[in-house]
Write a protein that binds this ligand. Structure first.
Ligand code: ZN
Length: 288
Protein backbone atom coordinates (compact mmCIF):
# COMPACT_ATOMS: atom_id res chain seq x y z
CA UNK A 1 0.00 0.00 0.00
CA UNK A 2 1.20 3.50 -0.72
CA UNK A 3 1.07 6.20 1.91
CA UNK A 4 -1.72 7.96 0.05
CA UNK A 5 -3.90 4.83 0.32
CA UNK A 6 -3.23 4.28 4.01
CA UNK A 7 -4.20 7.87 4.74
CA UNK A 8 -7.67 7.56 3.16
CA UNK A 9 -9.69 7.91 6.30
CA UNK A 10 -13.30 9.18 6.07
CA UNK A 11 -14.86 10.57 9.23
CA UNK A 12 -18.59 11.03 9.63
CA UNK A 13 -19.40 14.57 10.81
CA UNK A 14 -23.19 14.63 10.61
CA UNK A 15 -25.89 12.26 9.30
CA UNK A 16 -25.21 13.26 5.68
CA UNK A 17 -21.69 14.68 5.59
CA UNK A 18 -18.28 13.02 5.71
CA UNK A 19 -14.83 14.59 5.96
CA UNK A 20 -11.80 12.97 4.30
CA UNK A 21 -8.37 14.61 4.79
CA UNK A 22 -6.43 14.13 1.54
CA UNK A 23 -2.65 14.70 1.27
CA UNK A 24 -2.04 17.73 -0.95
CA UNK A 25 0.66 20.20 -1.79
CA UNK A 26 -0.61 23.02 0.35
CA UNK A 27 0.83 25.77 2.53
CA UNK A 28 2.74 24.69 5.63
CA UNK A 29 1.95 23.89 8.42
CA UNK A 30 -0.92 22.06 6.65
CA UNK A 31 -0.11 18.97 4.56
CA UNK A 32 -3.64 17.90 3.68
CA UNK A 33 -6.88 19.39 2.39
CA UNK A 34 -10.30 18.21 3.56
CA UNK A 35 -12.59 16.72 0.96
CA UNK A 36 -16.24 16.67 2.02
CA UNK A 37 -18.88 14.30 0.72
CA UNK A 38 -22.59 15.07 1.08
CA UNK A 39 -24.66 11.89 0.71
CA UNK A 40 -28.38 11.27 0.51
CA UNK A 41 -30.06 8.21 -0.91
CA UNK A 42 -27.84 6.98 -3.70
CA UNK A 43 -26.62 10.48 -4.56
CA UNK A 44 -23.53 12.40 -3.54
CA UNK A 45 -21.88 15.78 -4.02
CA UNK A 46 -18.14 16.09 -3.50
CA UNK A 47 -16.78 19.39 -2.16
CA UNK A 48 -13.07 20.06 -2.89
CA UNK A 49 -10.56 17.42 -3.94
CA UNK A 50 -7.04 18.76 -3.98
CA UNK A 51 -5.19 15.75 -5.36
CA UNK A 52 -5.29 14.29 -8.86
CA UNK A 53 -3.64 11.06 -7.59
CA UNK A 54 -5.42 8.14 -9.33
CA UNK A 55 -5.15 5.92 -6.25
CA UNK A 56 -6.91 8.47 -4.10
CA UNK A 57 -9.61 8.83 -6.76
CA UNK A 58 -10.26 5.08 -6.90
CA UNK A 59 -10.24 4.80 -3.11
CA UNK A 60 -12.84 7.57 -2.99
CA UNK A 61 -15.02 5.94 -5.67
CA UNK A 62 -14.80 2.49 -4.04
CA UNK A 63 -15.75 3.96 -0.69
CA UNK A 64 -18.69 5.87 -2.24
CA UNK A 65 -19.96 2.68 -3.90
CA UNK A 66 -19.60 0.76 -0.63
CA UNK A 67 -21.80 3.47 0.93
CA UNK A 68 -24.46 2.77 -1.70
CA UNK A 69 -23.77 5.87 -3.79
CA UNK A 70 -24.71 5.28 -7.42
CA UNK A 71 -24.20 8.73 -8.76
CA UNK A 72 -22.06 11.81 -8.16
CA UNK A 73 -24.45 14.67 -8.86
CA UNK A 74 -21.97 17.51 -8.72
CA UNK A 75 -18.43 18.35 -7.73
CA UNK A 76 -18.08 21.69 -5.97
CA UNK A 77 -15.01 23.89 -5.48
CA UNK A 78 -15.09 26.27 -2.49
CA UNK A 79 -12.45 28.27 -4.43
CA UNK A 80 -10.01 27.91 -7.30
CA UNK A 81 -6.74 27.13 -5.46
CA UNK A 82 -4.99 23.99 -6.72
CA UNK A 83 -4.94 22.30 -3.31
CA UNK A 84 -8.78 22.33 -3.45
CA UNK A 85 -9.59 21.65 -7.12
CA UNK A 86 -6.87 19.53 -8.73
CA UNK A 87 -8.79 16.27 -8.31
CA UNK A 88 -12.30 17.52 -9.13
CA UNK A 89 -12.24 17.46 -12.94
CA UNK A 90 -10.77 13.90 -13.09
CA UNK A 91 -13.39 12.77 -10.55
CA UNK A 92 -16.14 14.02 -12.86
CA UNK A 93 -14.96 11.45 -15.44
CA UNK A 94 -15.15 8.31 -13.31
CA UNK A 95 -17.76 5.52 -13.51
CA UNK A 96 -19.74 7.08 -10.69
CA UNK A 97 -20.04 10.17 -12.82
CA UNK A 98 -21.50 8.68 -16.00
CA UNK A 99 -23.73 11.68 -16.51
CA UNK A 100 -20.75 14.06 -16.46
CA UNK A 101 -21.68 16.11 -13.38
CA UNK A 102 -20.94 19.82 -13.39
CA UNK A 103 -17.96 21.32 -11.58
CA UNK A 104 -19.61 24.14 -9.68
CA UNK A 105 -17.54 27.18 -8.75
CA UNK A 106 -18.25 30.91 -8.40
CA UNK A 107 -17.67 32.82 -11.64
CA UNK A 108 -14.97 35.05 -10.10
CA UNK A 109 -12.95 31.96 -9.20
CA UNK A 110 -13.95 29.90 -12.26
CA UNK A 111 -12.14 32.34 -14.54
CA UNK A 112 -8.95 31.67 -12.56
CA UNK A 113 -8.98 27.90 -13.22
CA UNK A 114 -6.58 26.49 -15.84
CA UNK A 115 -8.11 26.90 -19.32
CA UNK A 116 -8.64 23.16 -19.90
CA UNK A 117 -10.89 22.74 -16.85
CA UNK A 118 -14.59 22.88 -17.72
CA UNK A 119 -16.68 24.57 -15.02
CA UNK A 120 -20.23 25.77 -14.43
CA UNK A 121 -21.33 28.86 -12.54
CA UNK A 122 -22.50 27.62 -9.14
CA UNK A 123 -26.26 27.88 -8.54
CA UNK A 124 -27.40 29.40 -5.26
CA UNK A 125 -29.11 26.19 -4.31
CA UNK A 126 -29.03 22.59 -5.44
CA UNK A 127 -30.46 19.25 -4.34
CA UNK A 128 -28.40 16.27 -3.26
CA UNK A 129 -30.93 13.45 -3.11
CA UNK A 130 -33.68 15.05 -1.03
CA UNK A 131 -31.37 17.53 0.73
CA UNK A 132 -31.29 21.25 -0.03
CA UNK A 133 -27.70 22.45 -0.31
CA UNK A 134 -27.01 26.19 -0.54
CA UNK A 135 -23.93 27.71 -2.14
CA UNK A 136 -23.27 31.09 -0.55
CA UNK A 137 -20.90 33.64 -2.06
CA UNK A 138 -18.46 34.34 0.80
CA UNK A 139 -15.50 36.40 -0.48
CA UNK A 140 -12.38 36.93 1.64
CA UNK A 141 -9.71 34.31 1.04
CA UNK A 142 -10.58 34.62 -2.67
CA UNK A 143 -13.02 36.93 -4.47
CA UNK A 144 -15.33 34.10 -5.55
CA UNK A 145 -15.08 31.96 -2.44
CA UNK A 146 -18.16 29.78 -1.69
CA UNK A 147 -19.58 28.42 1.54
CA UNK A 148 -21.64 25.23 1.29
CA UNK A 149 -24.58 25.20 3.69
CA UNK A 150 -26.21 21.86 4.48
CA UNK A 151 -29.28 23.07 6.30
CA UNK A 152 -30.64 19.67 7.40
CA UNK A 153 -27.36 18.98 9.22
CA UNK A 154 -26.72 22.53 10.47
CA UNK A 155 -23.27 22.35 8.91
CA UNK A 156 -21.40 24.89 6.78
CA UNK A 157 -18.32 24.05 4.72
CA UNK A 158 -16.13 27.14 4.82
CA UNK A 159 -13.11 26.30 2.64
CA UNK A 160 -10.16 28.51 3.51
CA UNK A 161 -12.12 31.32 5.18
CA UNK A 162 -11.66 29.48 8.49
CA UNK A 163 -9.03 26.95 9.45
CA UNK A 164 -8.87 24.00 11.82
CA UNK A 165 -5.09 24.07 12.10
CA UNK A 166 -3.62 27.54 12.00
CA UNK A 167 -4.40 30.99 10.77
CA UNK A 168 -6.19 31.93 7.59
CA UNK A 169 -4.33 33.87 4.96
CA UNK A 170 -6.09 36.73 3.24
CA UNK A 171 -3.90 38.75 0.93
CA UNK A 172 -3.75 40.31 -2.51
CA UNK A 173 -4.30 39.50 -5.32
CA UNK A 174 -6.89 36.89 -4.25
CA UNK A 175 -7.83 38.07 -0.80
CA UNK A 176 -9.69 41.18 0.30
CA UNK A 177 -9.76 42.11 3.99
CA UNK A 178 -12.94 44.22 4.00
CA UNK A 179 -14.87 41.49 2.15
CA UNK A 180 -13.43 38.96 4.58
CA UNK A 181 -14.69 40.99 7.56
CA UNK A 182 -18.20 40.93 6.05
CA UNK A 183 -17.98 37.17 5.58
CA UNK A 184 -16.87 36.69 9.20
CA UNK A 185 -19.72 38.92 10.40
CA UNK A 186 -22.17 36.68 8.55
CA UNK A 187 -20.68 33.50 10.04
CA UNK A 188 -20.98 35.10 13.51
CA UNK A 189 -24.78 35.15 13.08
CA UNK A 190 -25.08 31.36 12.68
CA UNK A 191 -26.34 29.72 15.87
CA UNK A 192 -25.53 26.12 16.83
CA UNK A 193 -23.80 25.50 13.53
CA UNK A 194 -20.74 23.34 12.99
CA UNK A 195 -18.14 24.26 10.34
CA UNK A 196 -15.99 22.09 8.10
CA UNK A 197 -12.80 24.01 7.21
CA UNK A 198 -10.54 23.35 4.23
CA UNK A 199 -7.68 22.27 6.47
CA UNK A 200 -7.62 20.65 9.91
CA UNK A 201 -10.30 19.51 12.33
CA UNK A 202 -13.98 20.50 12.27
CA UNK A 203 -14.97 23.63 14.19
CA UNK A 204 -17.84 22.77 16.57
CA UNK A 205 -19.12 26.36 16.77
CA UNK A 206 -18.71 28.45 13.63
CA UNK A 207 -19.92 31.70 15.24
CA UNK A 208 -17.28 31.41 17.96
CA UNK A 209 -14.51 30.58 15.49
CA UNK A 210 -15.46 33.52 13.26
CA UNK A 211 -15.65 35.89 16.24
CA UNK A 212 -12.18 34.80 17.39
CA UNK A 213 -10.69 35.39 13.93
CA UNK A 214 -12.44 38.73 13.57
CA UNK A 215 -10.97 39.77 16.92
CA UNK A 216 -7.51 38.58 15.93
CA UNK A 217 -7.65 40.63 12.71
CA UNK A 218 -8.85 43.71 14.64
CA UNK A 219 -5.92 43.25 17.04
CA UNK A 220 -3.45 43.00 14.13
CA UNK A 221 -4.84 46.17 12.61
CA UNK A 222 -4.49 47.96 15.93
CA UNK A 223 -0.87 46.77 16.20
CA UNK A 224 -0.13 47.97 12.67
CA UNK A 225 -1.53 51.42 13.45
CA UNK A 226 0.52 51.59 16.65
CA UNK A 227 3.71 50.76 14.75
CA UNK A 228 2.92 53.39 12.12
CA UNK A 229 2.39 56.01 14.81
CA UNK A 230 6.10 55.70 15.63
CA UNK A 231 7.52 56.11 12.11
CA UNK A 232 6.85 55.34 8.43
CA UNK A 233 7.33 51.63 7.66
CA UNK A 234 7.32 49.23 4.73
CA UNK A 235 5.24 46.04 4.56
CA UNK A 236 8.37 44.05 5.33
CA UNK A 237 9.21 46.18 8.41
CA UNK A 238 5.70 45.72 9.76
CA UNK A 239 5.61 42.00 9.07
CA UNK A 240 8.96 41.49 10.84
CA UNK A 241 7.86 43.54 13.84
CA UNK A 242 4.53 41.68 14.16
CA UNK A 243 5.70 38.14 13.62
CA UNK A 244 9.27 38.40 14.95
CA UNK A 245 10.66 34.90 15.18
CA UNK A 246 7.24 33.18 15.12
CA UNK A 247 7.07 32.33 11.45
CA UNK A 248 7.62 28.85 10.08
CA UNK A 249 10.02 28.59 7.14
CA UNK A 250 8.36 29.86 3.98
CA UNK A 251 5.57 31.63 5.86
CA UNK A 252 7.06 35.13 5.60
CA UNK A 253 5.54 35.63 2.17
CA UNK A 254 2.09 34.79 3.53
CA UNK A 255 2.57 37.07 6.54
CA UNK A 256 3.57 39.97 4.29
CA UNK A 257 0.54 39.47 2.05
CA UNK A 258 -1.75 39.50 5.07
CA UNK A 259 -0.13 42.73 6.32
CA UNK A 260 -0.59 44.13 2.82
CA UNK A 261 -4.30 43.23 2.86
CA UNK A 262 -4.70 45.09 6.16
CA UNK A 263 -2.86 48.13 4.77
CA UNK A 264 -5.03 48.20 1.64
CA UNK A 265 -8.13 48.19 3.84
CA UNK A 266 -6.68 50.96 6.03
CA UNK A 267 -5.86 52.96 2.88
CA UNK A 268 -9.44 52.49 1.64
CA UNK A 269 -10.91 53.80 4.89
CA UNK A 270 -8.39 56.68 4.99
CA UNK A 271 -6.61 55.58 8.18
CA UNK A 272 -3.16 55.39 6.53
CA UNK A 273 -1.29 57.01 3.65
CA UNK A 274 1.50 55.59 1.56
CA UNK A 275 4.34 57.11 -0.37
CA UNK A 276 7.11 55.76 -2.54
CA UNK A 277 10.53 55.62 -0.93
CA UNK A 278 13.11 55.72 -3.74
CA UNK A 279 15.96 54.78 -1.39
CA UNK A 280 14.32 51.62 -0.01
CA UNK A 281 12.66 51.08 -3.40
CA UNK A 282 9.42 50.32 -1.63
CA UNK A 283 6.20 51.95 -0.44
CA UNK A 284 6.25 53.25 3.10
CA UNK A 285 3.09 53.71 5.14
CA UNK A 286 2.20 56.36 7.73
CA UNK A 287 -0.94 57.15 9.71
CA UNK A 288 -3.12 59.82 8.14
ZN1 ZN B 1 -6.91 28.52 -0.65
Amino acid sequence: MTSSMTSFNPERMTPHVWRIPIPTRTLPPASATNTYVIVDGGCAAVVDLGSADAQIRSALCEWLMAMGVQRIQAVIATHYHADHVDGLAPLAHTDLAREAPPLYIHRLDGVRLPAHVAWTEAPRQMAVGTLAVHLWHAPGHTHGHLHVWVESDQLVLVGDNLSGDGTVWVGPPDGHMEAYFHTLEHLKTLRDVQAGPGHGDPLPNVAQAAAALRQRRAMREEQILQLLHQRPLTVRDISRALYAGQLAAGAEFVAQRTVQAHLLRLLDVGAVRRSWDPVQHSFTYTVS
